[in-house]
Design a protein around this ligand. Structure first.
Ligand SMILES: C[S@@+](CC[C@H](N)C(=O)[O-])C[C@H]1O[C@@H](n2cnc3c(N)ncnc32)[C@H](O)[C@@H]1O
Length: 264
């Protein structure tokens, strides 16, 4: 029982709210996330002169690239720390919740990398994106798809359960199948140009513990601080045979959902 079926949108949203997005830690341990988002940007095609919203922009590494290619970009993220880092790059970066976007008919495209699986309910995001776009506007992005980081996710849930916590309730992630997200996009008024799962085993920099603290903090947050190292250690032991490389580094079983859609 992995708990996925029983986790509701509101439980996922509560768990996601426990995640701390510290820009310094993100830049140190998670730079690979934006680096691996560069090919997703290519799905936008030429962006010069386009007005683009980067949703869940993090510290603005990809937003900056879009701006360098001549786009007029607005960057939105819920984390003040990330938005400060993005603003420090000279970007138009704003604190905002992707579930409550207030833009209307303003953008040629909305782009998002590695953020949408953190945001529930997903329908609220699709609705706000559709409203933010002008006629024929595009929604292009990538996030965690069905089966993403499954080995670590299961180990985190088991480790928390074993220590008396409700591991499944700590799970913040929405990892849909392509069919499910395609249906959501269509229901939101989009014609889907392309969508598909992309298995992407990913060598991570540094130790698995840093990855967990930076990118799976919601799980740890339900345990007292004094017990978090033990949880990390349990997870390391549980996934070692599947994910640790002979050189001692770790390769995490990422599966991305990449899509491009156009407002119909
Ligand atoms: C893994 S980071 C990805 C950041 C960036 N797109 C990149 O590629 O580096 C996920 C981001 O989603 C943001 N996020 C989470 N929930 C959000 C919400 N409800 N609205 C807007 N941003 C949110 C987080 O603050 C975090 O910066």
């Amino acid at each position: 029982m992995n708990g996925r079926a029983s986790q509701t949108d509101s439980a996922r949203a509560e768990a996601s709210a426990r995640q701390n997005w510290d820009a310094g830690r993100y830049a140190r341990d998670a730079r690979f996330v934006s680096d691996l988002g560069i090919p997703v940007m290519e799905l936008l095609g030429p962006v010069s002169g386009l007005r683009i919203l980067d949703l869940g922009c993090g510290d603005g590494a990809l937003t900056e690239r879009l701006a360098a290619r001549g786009a007029d970009v607005v960057a939105v993220d819920a984390s003040e720390s990330q938005v400060s880092a993005a603003a420090a790059r000279g970007l138009d970066a704003r604190v905002g919740d992707a579930r409550r976007l207030e833009f209307e008919n303003e953008f040629d495209a909305v782009f998002s990398n590695a953020a949408l699986h953190w945001i529930s309910p997903p329908e609220a995001v699709v609705e706000g994106v559709a409203r933010a776009l002008g006629p024929g506007g595009r929604f292009v992005g990538e996030f965690g798809g069905e089966g993403n980081v499954e080995t670590v996710r299961r180990a985190l849930i088991s480790a928390l359960n074993a220590r008396g916590h409700d591991g499944a309730a700590a799970d913040p992630w929405f990892f849909p199948s392509a069919a499910r997200y395609r249906a959501m996009l269509r229901a939101g008024g989009f014609a889907v140009e392309s969508i598909g799962l992309v298995p992407r085993p990913t060598p991570i920099p540094g130790d698995l513990g840093d990855w967990i603290e930076t990118l799976a903090g919601s799980f740890l947050a339900v345990a007292p601080e004094t017990r978090r190292d033990a949880v990390i250690s349990d997870v390391r032991d549980a996934v070692r045979d599947s994910l640790q490389r002979p050189d001692g580094g770790w390769t995490v079983d990422y599966v991305r959902l990449r899509f491009a859609a156009r407002l119909a």
